[in-house]
Design a protein around this ligand. Sequence first.
Ligand code: GH3
Ligand code: MG
Ligand code: MG
Ligand code: MG
Length: 305
Amino acid sequence: MSHPSSAPAAPARQAAILIVDDAPINLGALHALLQQQGYQTFVATSAERALELAQRVRPDLILLDIVMPGMDGMEACRRLKADPNTAAIPIIFMSVRDEEDDIVAGFDLGAVDYMPKPLHMAEVCVRVRARLQAAHAGQAALVDPLTRIANRRHFDSVLAKEWQRAARNGAPLSLIVLDVDHFKLYNDALGHAAGDAALQQVAAALQSHALRPTDLSARYGGEEFVLLFAETELDNAMRIAEAIREHVEGLHLPNPGVSGSAVITVSIGVASIVPSQLDAVETLFLAADRAMYEAKAAGRNRVHA
Ligand code: GH3
Ligand code: MG
Ligand code: MG
Ligand code: MG
């Protein structure tokens, strides 16, 4: 697909839609319609093939037929929702079986919508657009608008899940809590806009050290950030924390509010725990937070555990 070079702004990324139906005539009609609407489309004529494609292309939306030979759409939905890589993809069921029971079962499995067949193409367009917008808004609710990394709400929900998972697996969970040093003085000297820009740079530095898909960096509030590492021992987390501390210092963002040739630095607390059923999830956070305050008290621009 080509875009006219005179376009005023870069076009938003096309949403990718996976269409799953064993009847080629339905598949063809939906494919033509959605392509014409400007979506990137992928098609599968079986649930097995759909699962494979969903893994590979991570579509933004799946239109899923229910009655298919082999695995049916209900089972495909169950498997998509059970896999963390595909669980968040919204699914719209399509079926001639429009009895109430099927609709309820579909929603129970985590589908976001249900379109009875025969499909009306104008209605398909409206529903697809509505679901993509809702998913986009849902994503936005998890992101800090200034730094574009995860917000506190998202972090808290991931921490709760990772805590449970680590408790089941007997694996260590590590947490970094990071606070920008003398940031009030930076704001006072250079203004709030410069402060915002500095926070964006610190967030980008932090995120560049969250390398594995399960590592999560987040802005916890103000000038405080957190980084969560599953299956990570304390000494590894300490190494990463030290690399982040050096990285931020190396940004050389002068802080004229502090005497001398001071630059923006961060104080970092690190904690690691193998969760048990007896501990509360707050334990880990409190330990990292305490270590961060020790780093402050010891002179800032350092890592404590
Ligand atoms: P310390 O080294 O002890 O952490 O000192 P500090 O000045 O960083 O700590 P303090 O808690 O006194 O001040 C935090 C400052 O961070 C005050 C606040 O204006 C600033 N801040 C918090 N959120 C934002 C933001 O979103 N943008 C900007 N520009 N400043 C922020
Ligand atoms: Mg069918
Ligand atoms: Mg603070
Ligand atoms: Mg601070």
